[in-house]
Design a protein around this ligand. Structure first.
Ligand code: 13P
Ligand code: SF4
Length: 301
């Protein structure tokens, strides 16, 4: 931890001087997650808890779509993303024009949009969802058919759980699409008794091999219940690192697929963001209103 001490002290000081809070996703590295973050969690928690903060500045230790969502929920606050390269393969897979074409092809079918999407895609949508509430959001609409974008695997996993017919889009998370059912079987064989937790952005064949599937927060809760002393998290690497720091008695089997976008956020990048007040996230007014409506509908559902 010594190598981080200087940046941590500077960030804590800058937070006070700027009246800033740091929101950190579960995939941030432990020195960010445990040492400088004020609010930690999955995408749902970060969207929900970004509201009504007593602060002037929000720093998103996460990826760009998360910073946009925080801005939608706090139009009057300054929202900073420490690296403009912190994107997301899912958010990059679809444009607002693609959504308009889908709506023309399927008139009247509601559009459920995963929060891993840009503000202009959200603005074209009826309602958002996260991996924590996707099933509930789809069921809450009470319709036989929905368009669910952009994560094909999340949509297929939700279709299996709900029986609702889902029109999908071929977006994938570049971290979770790499896991295979054979890998899960091999890890199980090599680690007898291990509990396997898979994120719902994984292909359905991988989720079928798991004992549990849920958002990163749901995985944390599962581990915290303490019913298993050996777990395997089929998700991004930092998730196990953060949980291992909090639960030293649990053995984490560590398959490791890094998210290069999440890893753009470092302590020096956060320090620089707060020193220079960059990079500020802005959203044009009409997109902000439309996107916010879709996020608020999700939070109210
Ligand atoms: P959750 O934390 O909402 O499960 O999302 C995982 C993810 O990949 C975020 O980019
Ligand atoms: Fe996007 Fe996947 Fe990285 Fe999350 S882990 S930001 S879904 S690429």
């Amino acid at each position: 931890w010594e190598m981080f001490a200087d940046d941590i002290a500077a960030i804590l000081d800058l937070k006070r001087r700027r009246r800033a809070v740091i929101l950190a996703h579960n995939y941030q590295t432990p020195e960010i997650f445990h040492c400088v973050a004020d609010i930690r969690g999955d995408s749902l928690a970060l969207a929900r808890d970004a509201q009504g903060l007593d602060a002037d500045v929000i720093v998103m230790a996460g990826v760009h779509f998360m910073a946009e969502t925080a801005k939608m929920m706090n139009p009057d606050k300054t929202v900073l993303i420490p690296s403009l390269q912190a994107g997301c393969s899912l958010a990059d897979s679809i444009t607002a024009a693609d959504v308009r074409a889908l709506k023309r092809a399927h008139p009247g079918v509601p559009v459920v949009t995963y929060v891993n999407s840009t503000a202009d895609v959200k603005a074209e949508s009826d309602i958002c969802c996260t991996s924590a509430n996707a099933r509930h959001i789809v069921e809450s609409l009470g319709v036989p058919r929905v368009i669910m974008i952009p994560d094909e695997f999340l949509a297929q996993n939700v279709q299996r759980e709900t029986g609702v017919e889902i029109i999908t889009w071929a977006g994938h998370c570049e971290v979770h699409e790499r896991f295979t059912p054979q890998e899960i079987r091999d890890w199980r064989r090599d680690n007898p008794g291990v509990a396997v937790l898979a994120h719902p952005e994984c292909p359905p064949g991988v989720v079928a091999e798991a004992d549990f599937s849920g958002s990163t927060a749901a995985m944390s809760d599962f581990v915290a219940r303490g019913a298993h002393d050996r777990v395997l998290l089929v998700t991004e690497c930092s998730m196990s690192d953060n949980l291992a720091a909090a639960h030293p008695g649990i053995d984490f089997v560590r398959p490791c697929n890094l998210c290069p976008h999440m890893k753009r956020i470092t302590l020096p990048a956060i320090r620089h963001a707060l020193e220079s007040m960059t990079h500020e996230v802005t959203i044009p007014g009409h997109l902000l209103a439309g996107g916010r409506r879709a996020v608020e509908r999700m939070l109210a559902a």
